[in-house]
Design a binder for this molecule. Structure first.
Ligand code: BV8
Ligand code: ZN
Length: 242
């Protein structure tokens, strides 16, 4: 559990930072009841995310992949942002252009909480993209028809999400690079640090001399690299940083 001294130290680092960048993962949404990827609650019908969140899986069985996303959409639709999401909105309103939020989460909870200075680097579960004409649209229909079709060109729609083996969007990668190189403090909240390129972001920040603080329930592959590890639930620890 993060000690009072550690929290005090983290608050001091935050208060004296010029530019803060934040990287979040599924752990920040766990406190809202959204299952994480690699936690025991992360499985769905015995499938692993890595098996379903791939272009090959969609190619082979688009119906199964859409059933998985419909299940997650229905689940996420009942969840609300938690105090950790809300604290990052407060931070954005205080810090404005000295802060940027990078999330790996596709659940849309940061946006729902009010975050705007945000890169959703793995996409957003409420957006769909046409495999024919490429049009991206917001779609909150629950459940989506099992094989949703584009109204414009009638091709199959896919989730506007970055799957394993797919590159992240250039625009996001550039914005992340800018935010990581400009920051003198990086907060890494609720990520297991196994999925690249996000798992490499802490070392990018370290390379430019930034201080890195990790908030997680347990140690991760990044834990030896970070300057301060605060153990605890994001919803409890993050609000104490302000
Ligand atoms: C890329 C969308 C270039 C899906 C996701 C072989 C072939 C091809 C690629 C690769 C390969 N080997 C490696 C790669 C690269 C691959 C990768 O890194 N694989 C890993 C598994 C080794 N990466 C990619 O493919 C990326 N693209 O590299 O492009 C390229 C192109 C072609 C070929 C090679 C390279 C694309 C990655 C994006 C994949 N899409 N999501 C969907 O969501 O439907 S990633 C998925 O994992 C989620 O987005 C999730 O956010 C992300 C990371 O997981 P976490 O957020 O960290 O969640 P996790 O459950 O793991 O951990 C939760 C943490 O929270 C834990 O630490 C836990 O302790 C903590 N926690 C829990 N509760 C709390 C808490 N902390 C605080 N409070 C709590 N209450
Ligand atoms: Zn289309």
């Amino acid at each position: 559990m993060a000690t009072d001294d550690q929290i005090l130290l983290a608050r001091r680092h935050l208060a004296s930072a010029r530019n803060v960048t934040i990287l979040t993962g599924a752990g920040i949404s766990a406190d809202s009841g959204v299952p994480t990827f690699r936690g025991t609650d992360g499985l769905w019908h015995n499938f692993r995310a890595e098996d379903l969140a791939t272009p090959e899986a969609f190619e082979q069985d688009p119906q199964l992949v859409w059933e998985w996303y419909n299940w997650r959409r229905e689940l996420i639709a009942t969840k609300q942002p938690n105090p950790a999401h809300d604290t990052l909105v407060k931070l954005e309103r205080q810090w404005t252009d000295r802060m940027w939020l990078i999330t790996q989460n596709v659940d849309g909870l940061h946006r729902a909480a009010g975050s705007e200075r945000l890169s959703e680097i793995h996409g957003n579960i409420w957006k769909v993209r046409c495999t024919g004409c490429g049009v991206i649209s917001e779609n909150r229909e629950i459940p989506l028809p099992t094989l949703p079709m584009c109204r414009l060109c009638h091709a199959l729609l896919r989730p506007h999400i970055v799957w394993f083996g797919e590159s992240l969007w250039e625009k996001d990668l550039r914005r992340c690079d800018e935010a990581l190189r400009a920051c003198d403090l990086l907060l890494v909240i609720g990520t297991s640090g196994v999925v690249y390129p996000a798992a490499g972001f802490a070392s990018v920040a370290k390379d430019v001399g930034a201080l890195v603080i990790e908030i997680n329930l347990e140690n991760t592959p990044q834990s030896d690299l970070v300057d301060l590890s605060l153990q605890g639930r994001a919803k409890d620890v993050v609000p104490q940083l302000l």
